[in-house]
Design a protein around this ligand. Structure first.
Ligand SMILES: O=C(CO)[C@@H](O)[C@H](O)COP(=O)(O)O
Ligand SMILES: [Fe+2]
Length: 221
């Protein structure tokens, strides 16, 4: 079975000028892991941060927190080494961004990180199938990658359901527009890793995180 329900905080909606303290607060509020959205203004039209920020976060937060790197970048091969040095735990790259997914899976593993493979809303989920037994997690984008606070794309749920049916033990992550009103759709479809940014960065993060986890856990007893 899957490794239980996990709630990941997307830091994209954080006060990036106060990122370390915000991450501490969110982890203290119950977030299971940090989902770090890296953008290169090429694969997506926006730019966020790179390994120096990851390195500073790791230094401030210590070795425990799990850093799930969501690499919204072209040629993801180029950043593997720097991210592991910076302290990343999982390297999630986009299938649309590389010609050689298999070689990249091998390189990520040889560098000691877990492997995530992401698909954009316009990508057919079956394209993930050849790699699904070699990765640790599949990320189904439920918004167009690029920024936080967008509307949840319910039409992506059949992709999650297809993956859960075909690969019962695979971690499946839903990312984008997930909050109290939409998490049940993700969980019912089969997602066990829930990324949320703007919904958690509210006035009651602990309550929102608990709600997300409770709804998700009901689907994965
Ligand atoms: O990768 C992305 C956006 O490109 C996501 O991680 C979002 O940043 C999640 O934020 P919310 O949609 O939950 O506000
Ligand atoms: Fe993300």
């Amino acid at each position: 079975m899957v490794s239980g329900c996990k709630i990941g905080l997307s830091i994209l909606s954080s006060d990036l000028a106060n990122l370390g303290a915000e991450c501490v607060q969110m982890l203290d509020s119950g977030a299971d892991y940090l989902h770090l959205d890296v953008m290169d203004r090429h694969f997506v039209p926006y730019i966020t941060f790179g390994h120096p920020v990851v390195e500073s976060l790791r230094k401030q937060l210590g070795q425990d927190p799990f850093f799930d790197m969501h690499m919204m970048v072209s040629r993801p091969e180029q950043w593997v080494k720097s991210k592991v040095v910076a302290g990343a735990n999982q390297y999630t790259y986009h299938l649309e961004a590389t010609e050689s997914p298999g070689a990249l899976i091998k390189d990520i593993r040889e560098n000691g990180m877990k492997v995530g493979l992401a698909i954009k809303p316009g990508t057919t989920v079956e394209y993930l199938a050849p790699w699904a037994n070699q990765i640790d997690m599949a990320l189904v984008m439920t918004v167009e990658p690029g920024f936080g606070g967008q509307k949840f794309m319910e039409g992506m749920m059949p992709k999650v359901h297809w993956l859960r049916t075909q690969f019962p033990t695979l971690d499946i992550e839903a990312d984008g527009g997930v909050g109290p009103d939409t998490v049940h759709k993700c969980a019912e479809a089969g997602a066990n890793m829930i990324v949320s940014g703007s919904a958690i960065m509210s006035e009651a993060p602990r309550a929102v995180i608990n709600l997300l986890r409770n709804v998700c856990s009901e689907a994965f007893p």
